[in-house]
Design a binder for this molecule. Structure first.
Ligand SMILES: NC(=O)c1ccc[n+]([C@@H]2O[C@H](COP(=O)([O-])OP(=O)(O)OC[C@H]3O[C@@H](n4cnc5c(N)ncnc54)[C@H](OP(=O)(O)O)[C@@H]3O)[C@@H](O)[C@H]2O)c1
Length: 248
């Protein structure tokens, strides 16, 4: 069987680092990116250069991103899965006290870099019938005090993911990892950490706007929920979320 390759951004910590471990354990090759070269090197030391290719760059630097792509070793050049995980939440101050530099950094990383990465890889992802996993957040669906720009960036990621699916029916499956309200966070862990990596590329029919299958494709197990979105409400802490959002 041909070894599959995943490009996991933000692989130096958190979900990204955990995702690297799961995919390597599942027999995949991983392109691991992030700014901290030492952390990436630890992944290579642990798993070997034949399994993990480390590429350190700042996602906000488009030229560096393109150079990293161009410099991929031949063995890692065919990408079967892009995990757009790199992202950050900076600050918890209310909008009127927030730091504009932090707002811009979140937009540049969570939005601009994510779409740049996606746009750069789309032609080859389509050609290989690959998949994309975008890391969104429940913060993109529910407001909380201090979540001002972070939540807005994640709302973008959620909508961008859904719009991509409508542009690319049958050719490019994406798992929207969006902590949808009715999953209360379980969605993300379920797909990226708890399940076998191969499941991210299971063949599933795509569903059109009417919820009908519209063709084959490679997609994550969970298709976007095509039911009308629940009305957006404001919650001020996790306990309120739990109280207001019914278990699914
Ligand atoms: N943690 C949560 O509860 C939660 C909930 C919902 C969604 N999410 C989303 O899940 C994703 C990962 O979150 P996490 O909690 O695992 O975060 P984390 O532990 O802080 O890790 C963030 C990763 O993103 C990378 N990164 C940040 N800015 C970057 C840049 N400019 N260029 C390249 N890489 C950059 C970091 O690498 P370097 O520092 O080495 O650059 C790091 O590997 C994010 O998109 C986040 O919004 C998290």
């Amino acid at each position: 069987m041909t070894t599959k390759t995943a490009w996991i951004t933000g692989a130096t910590a958190g979900f990204g680092a955990a995702t690297v471990e799961r995919f390597v354990a599942g027999g995949w090759q991983v392109i691991a990116s992030g700014r901290r070269a030492d952390k990436l090197q630890q992944l290579v030391d642990r798993h070997g250069a034949g399994r993990v290719h480390a590429t350190a760059f700042d996602m906000r630097d488009e030229a560096a991103m393109r150079a990293a792509h161009a410099a991929l070793p031949v063995a890692f050049a065919g990408i079967d899965l892009l995990v757009n995980n790199a992202g950050l939440a900076l600050g918890t101050a209310p909008a009127q006290q927030a730091d504009l530099t932090q707002w811009k950094q979140m937009i540049d990383t969570n939005v601009t870099a994510l779409v740049t990465m996606t746009h750069m890889l789309l032609p080859q992802l389509i050609e290989r019938r690959a998949a994309i996993v975008n890391l969104s957040s429940i913060s993109g669906s529910y407001a909380y005090r201090g979540g001002n720009v972070y939540g807005a960036t994640k709302a973008f990621v959620t909508q961008f993911s859904q719009n991509l699916r409508t542009d690319l029916p049958g050719s490019l499956g994406q798992t929207l990892c969006g902590h949808p309200p009715d999953h209360r966070g379980r969605h993300c862990r379920h797909h990226l950490v708890d399940r076998e990596p191969a499941a991210a590329l299971e063949h599933q029919p795509h569903r059109g706007d009417a919820g009908q299958p519209v063709g084959g494709g490679i997609a994550g197990r969970t298709q976007p929920d095509l039911r009308p979105a629940p009305a957006r409400r404001s919650c001020h802490n996790a306990a309120e979320w739990d109280e207001r959002v019914p278990a699914h």
